[in-house]
Write a protein that binds this ligand. Sequence first.
Ligand code: 9D3
Length: 260
Amino acid sequence: MIFDILTIFPEFFASPLQEGVIRRALMEGKIKVGVHNIRAFAVDRHQMTDDRPFGGGEGMVMKPEPLAACLKALGNRPAASRVILLSPKGERFNQQAAQRLAEFEQLIFICGRYEGVDERFRDKYVDEELSIGDYVLTGGELAALVALDAISRLLPGVLGCEHSAPNDSFSCGLLKHKQYTRPRVFEGTAAPEVLLSGDHAAIARHRFVESVELTLERRPDLLHDVQFTPDERKILRKSGLLGRIETLVNSQRNDSRHEG
Ligand code: 9D3
């Protein structure tokens, strides 16, 4: 996978790409990352990449010509290539989007700044516009890094074999169970006995119940899309969780009906 990042802050990307899984993926050639300074393609002697909005109003708008010139300087692009604008107005980037984008050969991330980019650039060059969540950042750089990280770890050979994508939280639709390691007793609190029992079926049941409890508490919205097997339903019924889930899913169904 080739990532090309267009930004007015190229230094932003130096250290985040030099650690851990991403560093190794770069060294092993599983990913390539080009960071391109939009300012180098500015058209005037002041190297301006932004200007005041036509029609007046708050803030500044990114000029279209430096963005277009920077994009063209990347040269020929493979067919499986996408130009992605990171912007608070974009569609939500989530695990499903990460999986979809991991199939491309080249992803070009454009990091927005200020109030946004000139609409004519967006119209002519941008394939999709993505936001990473409902909070306000100072620009698209962190969002580009978030997407790069989430997509890279899905690529073949990027993760070690102990963590593989299908076991991920969110892939199976529930939050993961709690984790414990040595020592057996920490500050007077023992790890759950069942985890040390060697009874693998009991451990799996315990973790499953813990997953569902955690999801009910923190991310009830996720339970809407989970399909439980008959065996799982039996376990949930025994631990008194099935009723709570059914009540919740029914009320979410009513909510979405009222929304339209
Ligand atoms: C007054 C309207 N603001 C939109 C909420 C203006 C504005 C705020 C922040 C325009 C740009 C930005 C910078 N943010 C991003 O470029 C950004 C972003 C974000 O703020 N939240 C979540 N995802 C993203 S992706 C890019």
